[in-house]
Design a protein around this ligand. Structure first.
Ligand code: PLP
Length: 364
């Protein structure tokens, strides 16, 4: 009965597939939840260096009963310093996902068109379809490079309201050539939302392009390089007038005071984050070599994850099952229509990476 009252777009939606929790995986295989290691979510193995002090400060404040600064003034100032923009160029929210949702709600009406590459991060299509928008996907070209001409043609033909672009791209791990990215933004007939969830690993950002292109919106997160996925904090960066539009849609209190305190402490210690990023980048190539030795083709990555290709979907599925049974969870693309036979694997500590390789080699 209630179902009949839901919007058609909600009933027709192919929703995000929630990953099994570590508790569920542990129960499935008779393991302890703390022995499950997540190589599937591209999170950091390191909590922020400032975690204990920030949690202690939040505890000492003893203000969970009050809303805190709905304008996020302190966070905006610190994020602005970190990203080299003014605080009023920002929109702050509960992770990059909320910022993507805010972008979609700001620009999309029922029936509007959105253009994305494929494969890419799944939430772009989901946010758009939740609002009744129609998603046009352009397959990636050779070496997973975006088909900029195809994206621009599709955007023009459909009068698209947003191009969502992931740089570096997930799940492929490659960066967009800077000249291609600039051409996409320069020639797009609509806002281009560039999701830079992994920018700290690639060391590059489109933010300087904001000086030239008012249709650019950059999305950042503290979930990956800053080790704060469970805390939920992200931001959008845009021209002042665009940020003001996005802030009209932003929910007033989606970031908790605890998250804000932990994020502020992390933003005051950028070198600590950079040390952790450097450790993961240093671990990436040895891990790729180990995966190659175990029978995978590994693609170049500028991120904290590796896309791997196995001989066929059945082989990839068997590797996935073998690892999961030992509490080692990777992202399963064995039957993905665009990249069958693939698994995406997060780079973690050398010890954890070695545990995965040992499991592959039958040593665990
Ligand atoms: C490309 C990309 N964008 C956004 C997100 C979501 O990040 P957040 O945790 O900040 O919502 C992810 C998470 O995996 C991602 O891979």
């Amino acid at each position: 009965m209630i179902e009949r009252l839901a919007r058609q777009t909600v009933l027709a939606l192919d929703p995000y597939e929630w990953e099994a929790s570590s508790e569920q995986i542990a129960a499935r295989h008779g393991l302890r939840p703390r022995d499950v290691v997540r190589f599937d979510l591209n999170t950091s193995p390191f909590p922020p260096a400032s975690w204990d002090a920030a949690m202690e400060a939040a505890r000492a404040e003893r203000r969970p009963n009050e809303y805190f600064d709905t304008a996020y003034a302190e966070l905006s100032a610190l994020f602005g310093d970190y990203l080299g923009v003014a605080p009023d160029q920002l929109v702050i929210g509960a992770g990059a996902d909320e910022i993507l949702d805010i972008c979609a709600k700001t620009f999309l009406d029922n029936g509007d068109a959105v253009v994305i590459s494929a494969p890419t991060y799944s939430m772009y299509a989901i946010c758009a379809r939740q609002l009744g928008a129609v998603v046009h996907a352009c397959p990636l070209g050779p070496h997973f490079a975006p088909d900029v001409d195809g994206l621009l043609r599709a955007a023009a033909a459909t009068r698209a309201k947003i191009i969502f672009h992931c740089d570096p791209n997930s799940p492929t791990g490659n960066a967009t050539d800077p000249a291609d990215l600039e051409r996409l933004v320069a020639e797009a007939p609509c806002p281009v939302v560039v999701d830079e969830a992994y920018a700290e690993f690639s060391g590059r950002s489109a933010i300087p392009l904001l000086a030239r292109y008012p249709n650019l919106i950059v999305v950042r997160t503290m979930s990956k390089a800053f080790g704060m996925a469970g805390m939920r904090l992200g931001c959008g960066v845009a021209r002042r007038e665009v940020a003001a539009l996005l802030n009209r849609v932003r929910p007033p209190n989606s970031v908790s005071v605890v998250t804000a305190r932990v994020a502020a402490a992390a933003l005051c210690d950028i070198p600590a984050m950079q040390t952790q990023v450097a450790a993961l980048v240093a671990a990436r190539e040895p891990f790729a070599a180990g995966l190659h030795a175990a029978g995978a083709h590994t693609y170049p990555s500028v991120t904290n994850f590796l896309l791997t290709r196995w001989p066929d979907p059945a082989a990839a599925g068997a590797v996935y099952d073998r690892l999961e049974a030992r509490g080692i969870v990777v992202r399963n693309f064995a039957r993905h229509p665009a990249i069958p036979g693939h698994l995406r694997i997060t780079v973690r500590t050398p010890e954890e990476n070695a545990r995965l390789l040992a499991a592959l080699a039958g040593r665990e």
